[in-house]
Design a protein around this ligand. Structure first.
Ligand code: SF4
Length: 176
């Protein structure tokens, strides 16, 4: 089986343990940073730079997606007031995963998945259902938080001195 996989990365902390798991399973990982949901832009740059640094240390190639901020705001229009984990997040997951598939195809990478399932705040079933609905043949179902995946992420992120953000990403998830 072709073991190339494009991993959508939301941030370095979530990537570090997901990459470890995928590599242990024999996957040849390429990272894809596509997160137009992160605001303000300074925060986006912080998370992007941290991811760049980590992937260069791990010797994993990284593709940088566009910062499609306006497109993101258009997509989630009318769902601004949804609580975290609701409809707005489903739209946000779908947008990022659709772009990941597009990118994977452009690079002849047969599989794709995402670091999003590592967060204890995200429902892995919803993320995986969306991934499968986008392309059930290409999407690799994962639940990175299983087997203490998140604890491992926290431990590794301390080792690598990674930046820990305090909110999911969009302005609506900022602590009020
Ligand atoms: S809370 Fe997080 S997942 Fe939900 S819409 Fe905002 S950035 Fe996206």
């Amino acid at each position: 089986m072709d073991k190339k996989i494009l991993l959508h990365i939301c941030c370095a902390v979530c990537a570090v343990s997901a990459i470890e798991q995928l590599k242990n399973e024999g996957w040849q990982v390429t990272g894809f940073f596509y997160n137009p949901n992160i605001h303000p832009e300074e925060e986006y740059i912080k998370r992007l730079n941290d991811t760049k640094l980590l992937l260069s240390k791990l010797e994993i190639p990284l593709i940088e997606g566009k910062y499609d901020k306006d497109k993101w705001f258009n997509k989630i229009k009318d769902f601004e007031e949804e609580k975290e984990g609701g409809k707005r997040c489903e739209i946000c997951f779908r947008m990022r995963l659709e772009e990941t598939l597009k990118e994977a195809k452009q690079h002849n990478i047969r599989h794709f998945t995402t670091t999003l399932t590592i967060s204890p705040h995200k429902d892995s079933k919803i993320v995986n259902t969306i991934g499968q609905s986008i392309n059930g043949d290409f999407f690799v179902v994962k639940d990175f938080k299983k087997k203490d995946g998140f604890k491992r992420a926290v431990r590794l992120s301390k080792e690598y001195n990674l930046y820990h953000q305090h909110y999911c990403g969009c302005i609506y998830s900022l602590p009020r």
